[in-house]
Design a protein around this ligand. Structure first.
Ligand SMILES: *Cc1c(COP(=O)(O)O)cnc(C)c1O
Length: 512
């Protein structure tokens, strides 16, 4: 995809004669930092190096010492653990929750010792792994929070806010992320006046819809004329993030249509689900409209606390984050590439130096670093692909939506569904019950459907960690070991056609 633009970017670099540490790195770093919402981004050779440099920099800065402990999920790609052990730090492996497959925040505190210096969370499979509890633990014990964001570029964490003035108000809460769509206070007041006016003078269709939705009639709490960013939505169930819009005649106007589509996409990206009905649909068959609303709502996860909260990109939550641009990742280069993001200027400077032989000034070496830089040609390619990342994520979410709504086979279990803001579906893992994972893999392969296991041998069971000093294979981590035997990742990509998705669902549902 976007082949011409990528070739053009590569040619620009080839013709420039400048292949390292130039304008392309500068530009991509700036744009990637802006995208993630982090003050600093430093390009480096790959995702593993990004993690290695973060911990190494903490050691160089005196924040950690070899032998210190880092809490990390046991269910992850081995690179997360390698980033820790490479620095002589000790990984303390924590089981995932079976429902989410991500680190179980209930198990962290009991593993903290005086030597614990950091928690490294992994947004595995593209699912946000952060919780308020993890932040609270970091604060309580003065731990660094490092994120492995290799699989989750573009993912958000929906930080619950206890500040009641923000609750359900979207406006201030999203402002930090969606600069361009922020309603300032003047505009917010204007919107508020409009919303009030609309509420006082509803159309006939709006009145009927409200009579159907109001008063918990469907077991759901709806509000009407609610402000999100600089939009007013007709009806919303905050608990489900479900927006309902009624289209009068003027919505057929081409410009209005474009605006509506853009708005729908934008709301979707923020984790809302929008249902649109025409006035006629509602007036002619209100039962069908209600059935559809009920059906969709029943499949949506509860957002607990509502779609309030502040959205923060993963990679900008903690103190530092490692990102991989391995070609297969959601944002992939045409070769190896990676980056560190951080809000800490000292850490940023140390990482930049370490990845450049340890040098901050030519021929002056502050640290014994290595050569781990991002190629100009890869930076130029990533700059192109970054523009399309959100659109690609939306397509992945479309595939996932079909899977969640349509897969129905008692032998497989889908992970707990997160709202779309919090899952970019790098992978779509399922759990296959009764020890039948390999049988399902073979069955699907016969049908021409490729599936992959993430990951068949848990990190603590790997030979590299069997040495006396690590001794990890001795650990008993039953959930992690169970996942190594039961996880299977279904095909998911921005390029899947509706027919392909349908075929996967059908084959899977027929399997017994
Ligand atoms: C891919 C990946 C890495 C390593 O990234 P590379 O660029 O391949 O070195 C680290 N952690 C996780 C979770 C990954 O998926």
């Amino acid at each position: 995809m976007h082949g011409d633009e990528i070739r053009e970017a590569a040619r620009r670099v080839i013709d420039s004669g400048w292949y390292l540490q130039g304008k392309e790195n500068e530009q991509f770093e700036r744009h990637y930092a802006e995208y993630i919402g982090s003050p600093f981004a430093i390009g480096c050779a790959n995702g593993l190096d990004a993690l290695i440099w973060i911990f190494r920099a903490y050691i160089e800065l005196g924040v950690m010492q070899p032998g210190d402990e880092v809490i990390v999920p046991a269910n992850t790609y081995i690179a997360t653990i390698l980033g820790i052990t490479e620095n002589g730090l000790k990984p303390v492996l924590i089981e995932p929750r079976r429902e989410t497959l991500e680190i179980d925040d209930e198990l962290i505190e009991q593993h903290i010792t005086p030597r614990t210096k950091a928690i490294c969370i992994v947004h595995l499979y593209g699912r946000c792994a952060c919780t308020q509890k993890i932040l609270d633990i970091c604060k309580k014990y003065n731990l660094k929070l490092v994120e492995d964001n290799a699989q989750a570029h573009g993912c958000f964490w929906r930080q619950p806010t206890s500040d009641s003035s923000l609750k359900g108000r979207g406006v201030d809460s999203f402002a930090s992320v969606w600069g361009a769509h922020t309603a300032d206070s003047t505009q917010y007041n204007l919107l508020k006046q409009n919303a009030l006016a609309n509420r006082k003078a509803p159309t006939e269709a709006e009145e009927i819809m409200w009579s159907l939705l109001n008063g918990n009639n469907l077991g759901l709490h709806f509000r009407r004329q609610h402000i999100i960013l600089d939009y007013i939505v007709d009806f919303i169930c905050l608990d489900k993030g479900l927006v309902i819009e009624l289209d009068g005649g003027y919505h057929n106007d081409l410009q209005q249509k474009e605006y509506d589509e853009q708005r729908t996409a934008h709301l979707q990206r923020l984790g809302y689900t929008e249902l649109r009905f025409t006035n006629d649909e509602l007036l002619c068959s209100p039962d069908a409209v209600i059935a559809r609303i009920k059906g969709v709502a029943s499949k949506l996860p509860s957002l607990k606390g509502g779609v309030g909260g502040r959205l923060v990109h993963t990679g900008a939550i903690g103190d530092a984050a490692g990102h991989s641009f391995y070609p297969g990742k959601n944002l992939g280069a045409l070769g190896d590439a990676g980056a560190v993001t951080t809000n800490d200027p000292e850490l940023a400077a140390a990482v930049r130096a370490l990845a450049n032989y340890g040098s901050q000034r030519k021929y002056v070496f502050k640290y014994a670093g290595r050569n781990s830089r991002l190629d100009e040609i890869q930076a130029a390619i990533l700059e192109v692909k970054l523009k399309y990342l959100d659109a690609d994520i939306a397509k992945r979410q479309e595939v996932a939506r079909c899977y969640y709504e349509r897969i129905d086979n008692p032998l497989v279990e889908l992970p707990e569904r997160l709202d779309d803001a919090q899952n970019v579906y790098h992978l779509f893992p399922i759990i296959v019950k009764d020890g039948k994972r390999d049988a399902l893999h073979d069955y699907l392969a016969e049908k021409g459907i490729g599936t992959v296991i993430h990951y068949p041998i848990a990190p603590h069971k790997q030979e590299c960690y069997s040495r006396e000093s690590w001794n990890l294979p001795q650990l008993s981590l039953p959930i992690t070991e169970f996942l190594a035997d039961a996880e299977l990742s279904l095909p998911i990509s921005p390029c899947m056609t509706p027919e392909q998705i349908e075929y996967v669902v059908q084959c899977l549902n027929e399997w017994q």
